[in-house]
Design a protein around this ligand. Structure first.
Ligand code: UDX
Ligand code: ADP
Length: 477
């Protein structure tokens, strides 16, 4: 039956950062297959269906163009879960799997509540033979849970329903999602049913070289995704640890990274020192890996991966300390501009962004913050910080207040007015060519520029008579 099956209707549960862009690229590359993306969040679905590009729930370069081309043709967004599952030959599970906040494994294990809910919906609504694909990053052996739920439905339906479960983790990085999907380094498919693996593989074969499609057992596929993210995160903690040493020894992290990366065994990518990694994946996956290792009786392995997070936390914490120290030991009542609130450039995602911790620390110290980001909105920042913005531009206010405040700023220029310091935390292109010669005059001297991404021109800042500190740069000493 399966070898004759053709995939005509695909459903994806979860219209988030993974589900939306992934299905858009699938729809573009497989015009003869219908893709329906479902989400219980109606606002999200309305956003995906909106004609206004700004209302798309996810900002990704190139995404809007693909949505315009495929939406209404073979790509649909809906909140009708039951119908979408019933019609589907293949269902992707792309729901969120956040770190558990309470109960067993709180703060460490991933919460697969939504995966379980999705599996139950599939069990109830699927018809005939359905291939179920894990797309979200899952703890190893989650497929076991999905299989258990689906097998019970198989038996209950007197085998009128049957299922095959595959793992097909997503390796896209935000900001480059479309390119990562269109030109993947590899596609990974894990499972124990060859026909189902081949069917999923045939979808990818529309645009991916078959040599890049890696087929493994289910558990290798699930674990590979966690391990890949853990290795990437570890690289960032490694380079950040060396960056801190550079600052004290006169070495320069850009030069050291170049020298290390020239070794082809190490490679030159993912070696940029910065304020620490953020995003929805690295911390969550490292915590999950550590939790699993401990669960399986490997505390040393757990400690090893946890140390990658410890280093990352330390890196975030030390930024505000450097700023306070340079500003004569106090930032209370001083105006500081924060440039960049997303966790990296080219995304409006703020999940686990290093900027959050830096902002919280400086607010705690009593600073008045301007926050600027080309894509993150004021209401997003209010939601993350759980503090409403205030207007503090009037000078009397600054002198009178003893509280900490922040204000959203629409431009780099506006942010710099009366600022004592500017901290660059996200590597947005917009920040790379600031005209320091003219804008420096807006700042209150002696003013400091803190470059935590090594994206600014030291010469033009120093020429503009501003003090400059660059993360990982020993010439600060
Ligand atoms: C990551 C993985 O790259 C991707 O394969 C996986 O599917 C999801 O998790 P993402 O979190 O979107 O993707 O972004 P990524 O580019 O990996 O960056 C993560 C964090 O590391 C960001 O905060 C980024 O600024 C930081 N980073 C990255 C550095 O500090 N230095 C680097 O050299 C690279
Ligand atoms: P990711 O980065 O993994 O894509 P997101 O949080 O951006 O995570 O998206 C996950 C989406 O999955 C959310 O929009 C959420 O509403 C949706 N979701 C979670 N559980 C269900 C469910 N049971 N049915 C439908 N949609 C769901």
């Amino acid at each position: 039956m399966k070898s004759n099956l053709k995939i005509r209707n695909v459903c994806c549960i979860g219209a988030g950062y993974v589900g939306g862009p992934t299905m858009a690229v699938f729809a573009d590359k497989c015009p003869n297959i219908k893709f329906v993306v479902v989400d219980k969040n109606k606002d999200r679905i309305n956003g995906w269906n909106s004609e206004n590009a700004k209302s798309l729930p996810v900002f990704e370069p190139g995404l809007e163009k693909i949505i315009r081309k495929t939406r209404g043709e073979n790509l649909f967004f809906t909140s009708d879960l039951q119908q979408s599952i019933s019609n589907a030959d293949m269902v992707f599970i792309s729901v969120n799997t956040p770190t558990k906040e309470k109960g067993l494994g709180a703060g460490q294990a991933s919460d697969i509540k939504w995966v379980e809910v999705s599996a139950r919906e599939i069990a109830k609504n699927a018809k005939g033979f359905t291939i179920v694909v894990e797309k979200s990053t899952m703890p190893v052996r989650t497929a076991e849970t999905i299989k258990d739920i689906l097998s019970a439905a198989e038996i209950n339906s007197y085998k009128t329903k049957s299922f095959s479960v595959l793992s097909n983790p997503e390796f896209l990085a935000e900001g480059t999602a479309i390119n990562d999907l269109e030109n993947p380094d590899r596609v990974l498919i894990g499972g124990d049913d060859k026909d189902s693996i081949d069917l999923l593989s045939s979808l990818y074969a529309n645009w991916v070289n078959p040599e890049k499609i890696i087929k493994t057992n289910l558990w290798s596929s699930e674990l590979s995704k966690l391990a890949a993210n853990a290795f990437l995160a570890q690289r960032i903690s490694s380079i950040n640890s060396i960056g801190a040493l550079c600052e004290l020894t006169g070495a320069n992290i850009s030069e050291v990274a170049h020298a290390i990366g020239a070794d082809t065994r190490i490679g030159n990518k993912f070696l940029n020192a910065g304020p620490g990694f953020g995003g929805s994946c690295f911390r969550k996956d490292l915590l999950n890996l550590a939790y699993l290792s401990r669960h399986f009786g490997l505390p040393e392995v757990a400690n090893y991966w946890e140390s990658v997070i410890d280093l990352n936390n330390w890196q975030r914490d030390r930024i505000s300390k450097v700023v306070v120290e340079k500003l004569f030991g106090t930032v209370s009542g001083k105006v500081i501009s924060i440039f960049g609130f997303s966790f990296k450039a080219n995304t409006n995602d703020t999940r686990d962004s290093p900027s959050i911790k830096v902002v919280q620390d400086l607010l705690e110290e009593g600073a008045l913050l301007y926050i600027h980001d080309p894509k993150v909105t004021a209401s997003q920042i209010e939601e993350v910080l759980k503090i409403k913005q205030n207007c503090f531009t009037d000078k009397d206010f600054i002198q009178k207040t003893e509280n900490a405040y922040w204000q959203y700023s629409k431009s780099v220029r506006e942010s710099l007015i009366n600022s004592d310091a500017a901290i660059f935390l996200t590597d947005w292109e917009d920040y790379k060519n600031i005209d320091w010669n003219s804008l420096s005059k807006l700042m209150r001297v002696p003013a400091w520029i803190f470059d935590c991404r090594a994206i600014l021109s030291r010469e033009s800042i120093v020429e503009a008579k501003l003090n400059y500190w660059r993360l990982g740069d020993g010439s600060n000493i």
